[in-house]
Design a binder for this molecule. Structure first.
Ligand code: ARG
Length: 271
């Protein structure tokens, strides 16, 4: 299973999502047009989520290769390593910020300047990367990242423009949901050796499934409130077997594990 996951590359595009049970595949860029409402009118979105309000998660970024991200500084986006191709100068990515609706005329669109993929990333663990932007985004707040594992528990918020069900379409409107923490031992029962417990933190409704991130949410933050009531990032959307399946929690990069590396990388990018 793991080697299968490793064989997948982003360039195999969205069709591969259907084939890939366990996949690090980001979604395609949003093509435009509203997603079709489900017959019966049940508004279960993002796999079990609801629409976020404009300004509710102002640090959220949509990346043009079909991933999410969060503003780490005014000109650096924290995303997943599997969303980028490597490190170095890169002007091919567009970051869209400041809007819940990607078609909103107030969207801030900024090009990338450089990418820094986690040193030593090889498809297992270490799923983080930084994107240095061509211009600083001044009027939006950044998202603090967890420096230790104290708050790696409880209920987490997930958000993104990814698929609202396995094999589903990318979304125009930002969707959000709440998922409970799943401990490493339990998550290892679901995924065995595929899981890298020190590098990864799991979350999801184990018994029922139904709520999860999905393809195209990758790179986006999983977060909660800290003791002062401020948002704190504890995870980065990474992978899962399918989406929202019972017994198969979402797997996120454990941000606290990489906090120092992320800071060092940002310093290197001059952020
Ligand atoms: N790798 C996917 C992406 O690129 C994210 C999958 C998350 N899956 C999950 N079941 N939580 O968008």
């Amino acid at each position: 299973m793991r080697s299968y996951r490793k064989l997948l590359t982003r360039s195999t595009a969205v069709g591969a999502v259907a084939l890939a049970a366990v996949s690090l595949q980001p979604g395609s860029a949003f093509a435009g047009g509203a997603p079709t409402p489900r017959p019966g009118g049940v508004h279960t979105k993002v796999v079990g989520g609801t629409k976020a309000d404009q300004g509710e998660f102002p640090f959220m970024v949509r990346l043009s290769m079909g991933c999410g991200g969060a503003l780490y500084t005014k000109d650096i986006v924290l995303t997943a390593a599997h969303c980028v191709d490597g490190s170095g100068p890169n002007t091919s990515i567009t970051a869209t910020a400041g809007v819940a609706d990607l078609q909103d005329s107030k969207a801030i669109n900024v090009k990338s300047k450089e990418v820094l993929q986690a040193p030593g990333y090889n498809g297992k663990g270490k799923d983080w990367a930084l994107i240095k932007l061509d211009k600083a985004i001044d009027n939006l707040p950044t998202l603090k990242i967890a420096q230790d594992d104290k708050l790696n528990n409880g209920d987490f918020t997930i958000a993104g423009w990814g698929a609202d069900k396995e094999g589903g379409d990318q979304q125009r409107y930002l969707l959000k949901a709440t998922v409970p923490f799943v401990d490493d031992a339990t998550c290892q029962k679901a995924y065995g050796d595929q899981l890298t417990p020190g590098d990864e933190i799991c979350a999801g409704k184990l018994d029922t499934g139904g709520v999860d991130t999905c393809q195209g949410d990758s790179g986006g933050p999983m977060f909660r409130k800290d003791d002062s009531g401020a948002f704190l990032q504890v995870g980065i959307v990474s992978w899962g077997e399918g989406c929202a399946r019972p017994g198969k929690p979402g797997v996120y990069s454990e941000v606290s594990t990489f906090a120092k590396d992320i800071k060092a990388a940002a310093d290197k990018l001059g952020g």
